[in-house]
Write a protein that binds this ligand. Structure first.
Ligand code: AP5
Ligand code: ZN
Length: 213
């Protein structure tokens, strides 16, 4: 399967994608995670991406299209992939279609994580991440066994610099202006499944499974 997950910051893309990845044996490509890794290791890509990310704005289409173009060619992604956080503009969606055309494949399903903006602030400001695995917790909704510590490795959890109410506001603006039109772009192909992302995590998983069966 070739899947796209679209939703605002905090809608649960990064929570659900690893579950879907396991179930369908896909590769999970999260442009946000890839960019954060590039910023942390100060690669040329990371240096270019940092300012936009810190301000809650989108990184340029060329940079992210380049990352995805390299990633989906990898042998591990040939069986299928789940794109988390990409495409985020109509231009990115068009470029993705061009890449897939060359491989003679197409997107099977777009999961549209619909949720009210009002719920997102609490989710984003309570998020804790285990940087090396990408495991995500929430101080209230999905707490680790020991506060501030990863369940699996015992390593410390961190909070992201852009996970503040102020930066969330810009990220939401970018979402409504630049990313919502991507849902309409895919509606033409009749591949969009709307998911009620405000439900508890397990119920969201059930909805996603239904949409994919
Ligand atoms: P990115 O990392 O993609 O961030 P985002 O889209 O803002 O989404 P988040 O990761 O914040 O939210 P999520 O939906 O994954 O939620 P999560 O599952 O963690 O992008 C970051 C930046 O990179 C962008 O701002 C941009 O600058 C750049 N970028 C990335 N891709 C780009 C692109 N294609 N083009 C240009 N620029 C790009 O959940 C959030 C919290 O809620 C967690 O604590 C979780 O435990 C909790 N939670 C999850 N589900 C539930 C639930 N059902 N009920 C209660 N709590 C829940
Ligand atoms: Zn995420």
């Amino acid at each position: 399967k070739r899947l796209v997950v679209i939703g605002p910051p905090g809608s649960g893309k990064g929570t659900q994608s690893p579950i879907i990845k396991e179930e369908y044996c896909l590769c999970h490509l999260a442009t946000g995670d890839m960019l954060r890794a590039a910023v942390a290791t100060k690669t040329p890509l990371g240096i270019k991406a940092k300012e936009a990310m810190d301000n809650g704005q989108l990184v340029s289409d060329d940079l992210v299209v380049g990352i995805i173009n390299d990633a989906i060619k990898k042998p591990s992604c040939q069986k299928g992939f789940i794109l988390d956080g990409f495409p985020r503009t109509v231009v990115q969606a068009q470029k993705l279609d061009e890449m897939l055309d060359k491989q003679g494949v197409k997107i099977d399903k777009v999961l549209n994580f619909a949720i009210d903006d009002a719920i997102l602030e609490e989710r984003i400001t309570g998020r804790w991440i285990h940087p090396s695995s990408g495991r995500t917790y929430h101080s209230k909704f999905a707490p680790p066994k020991v506060a501030g510590v990863d369940d699996v490795t015992g390593e410390p959890l961190i909070q992201c610099k852009d996970d503040t109410a102020a930066v969330l506001k810009s990220r939401l603006e970018a979402f409504h202006k630049q990313t919502e039109p991507v849902v309409d772009y895919y509606k033409k192909n009749d591949v969009v499944a709307d998911i009620h992302a405000e439900k508890p995590p397990k119920e969201v998983t059930v909805e996603v499974e239904k949409a994919l069966s």
